[in-house]
Design a protein around this ligand. Sequence first.
Ligand SMILES: Nc1ncnc2c1ncn2[C@@H]1O[C@H](COP(=O)(O)OP(=O)(O)OP(=O)(O)O)[C@@H](O)[C@H]1O
Ligand SMILES: [Mg+2]
Length: 455
Amino acid sequence: MKFDNFFEKNREVLQLLYGVFLIVMIPMLILYNAVFIIKNYNKSIDVSLRKHAVSIGRALIPYVEENFDDKETLNKKILALTESNPELLEISIAVKESDKYTIVASSNEEEKEKTYNNVFYQLSYNQQINDGIANSSFSKDREDAFSGDGERYWEVGMPIQDGETKIGVFSMKISSKIIDDLTQENRNRSFYLLFGEVVVVILFLLLAVRFWDYVLLYKKIKEADQMKDEFISIASHELRTPVTGIKGYSSMMLDGSFGELNEKIKEGAKMIKGASERLGVLVDDLLNVSRIEQGRMSFDKKETDVKPIIEGIVDELNIQAKEKNLELKTAFPEDDLPKLNIDTERLKQVLVNLIGNSIKYTEKGSVIVSIELGSDNLMSIKIKDTGIGMNEEERKRLFQKFYRVQNEKTQKIVGTGLGLWITKKITEAMGGKIIVDSIKGTGTEISIKFPIIKK
Ligand SMILES: Nc1ncnc2c1ncn2[C@@H]1O[C@H](COP(=O)(O)OP(=O)(O)OP(=O)(O)O)[C@@H](O)[C@H]1O
Ligand SMILES: [Mg+2]
């Protein structure tokens, strides 16, 4: 629990740290891996180069031993060898005298007659017959051994023998330029590739880190949405009681429960009653919206004969229709109708909304409520008016929450734009669907269709 709290509080910091960690660690690991592979590759190349150098030496040794006694011929032959073979940089033959090694023949003029007593010669001399040592070094003209553009050579040393006894040392410098250049090229290529890889990985990780922002944003939006739902739910509940009070008391004032009122006060009380009724409708709509959104709207579905229900609502709304001089009537088929499996109260709500709209948005003419049975086992309840109608664009947006058509005809008509949104949700929740047909300036027909109960 404590850890959860800590995580919750420092979530953004932790996520940032995690992001930075990944962005640093992943490219580093890739880099480490590549460098490791290249290093190993170099090592194995060196092992094979060393073997190669020693075997060249071994191949040349008999040739040297053959001519060992005639130093002049030996010198010529060595020279010829190095000249014809650019890989062979230098060949020298040294004779061991007590502890010193004196060069008796060499392809390098400067080396001749020189005397050495160094580890290389000692080690070379002490090698087994037909074996040798090979060390790699960089050529002298090379300034920076690490820049990769100097020439590397292998210094091979092995004993020369006369019969069974060792008499001197054969030493040779072989260039590994060709192979080194190729290796270098490969290495460069893999570094470019590595660089590209690291860039791609960093870009990818940056993108991934951006996703957290979206996730956080999404969570915040969800929280805000939930808070809004709760607010609507609480506010509408709390508003209901005072609105009922205002409605009740203004009615009682108009009834004369508080004594005779003069015309002016009566007028005022009527205004209060009208306004509180509108407020009541709004509060009810908001309550319905919050119930639907939170999945709290209950449906008590049962077998229902819809005719009497429609008639009841039409009777109720006829008062409003008459006030506007509209004809409101029903047109039902003569025969008995099949029943529907629906919640009566919810169906009433739907009918009040739809027939109410037709009355609201019709200036003259009629509103007719009819029932039709389709061959598709559906019963349609149609509400057809001769009202202001709507165009295609308006029709498409009709069921959006808070949508109201804005024009000079609708300007003076009050409403929230929630009625049809609620109507559609309720209809669909009871297994029905809602279809709109409308012509601007001519009228509208809205049908709700429900599956009939088969007998
Ligand atoms: N029968 C109709 N004829 C013409 N326009 C209509 C009709 N029914 C609905 N409309 C248009 O659709 C809009 C949305 O209707 P809806 O019932 O959702 O909201 P409302 O009637 O404005 O407000 P309320 O939430 O109080 O019902 C209306 O504002 C109106 O412009
Ligand atoms: Mg409405």
